[in-house]
Design a protein around this ligand. Structure first.
Ligand SMILES: [Zn+2]
Length: 207
């Protein structure tokens, strides 16, 4: 399992399974990030999802890791120019690392996020966005994945896998998808996470 996942993503070093992007690693500030994610929208206007003001005071290392995750999601989920409306940082209470709002198509990251969590958090929120713009295939994907695993695992074992993937959100298919993706992009997870993540990536490639 691990070999297939590593070869499908491309291993770079022992620490992570994703390749860093030279353009992103060369960023010197938020202006570069805003420029990098610029796209032409359906009305022919140039737009960027990066809310520069919302990233004020963010360290360069965190910014780069977030951008690597955003880029990874943009490519893996075939998002192209269908980017979130806004991407910014916010002050969260509790332990929230990031969130995504379907209504406003807005991604927010915790302002004090540790850089080592930034990549997978960005992939997680981009997965929510992809699920949203594709009409929430997460429900069907999860159902199919459970059906497939039922030949090897009991329902109780599968429910335990769901809990290991998404904790208290284990009954929410869109969270199972997003958590499966954020584990998968780091070569972690369990058979259900791998099944859900790979099925979603296949769906994204076909669109
Ligand atoms: Zn989530």
């Amino acid at each position: 399992m691990r070999e297939t996942r590593e070869s499908s993503i491309g291993i770079v070093n022992n620490k992570r399974l994703y390749e860093t992007t030279p353009e992103i690693q060369a960023f010197t500030g938020i202006d570069d990030a805003a420029e990098y994610f610029k796209y032409t929208n359906k009305w022919g206007d140039t737009a960027t999802p990066i809310d520069k003001e919302g990233f004020r005071g963010i360290g360069l290392e965190l910014l780069k890791e977030l951008c690597e995750g955003i880029r990874w999601g943009q490519q893996a989920f075939s998002i192209g120019a269908d980017m979130p409306m806004t991407i910014k940082c916010a002050d969260f209470r509790g332990t929230t690392l990031g969130d995504y709002c379907d209504t406003t198509s807005e991604i927010r990251f915790r302002r004090g996020l540790k850089p080592e969590y930034a990549f997978s958090t960005a992939v997680h929120e981009m997965a929510h966005h992809a699920d949203h713009i594709m009409g929430h295939p997460s429900g069907d994907i999860l159902k199919a994945a459970v059906r497939k695993l039922r030949s090897d695992y009991s329902l109780k074992q599968i429910n335990n896998m769901k809990a290991a993937i998404a904790g208290k959100y284990w009954t929410d298919p869109s969270e199972i998808l997003a958590y499966s993706m954020d584990k998968y992009c780091l070569g972690k997870g369990n058979p259900l996470a791998a099944e859900v993540a790979e099925a979603f990536l296949r769906r994204c490639r076909q669109k």
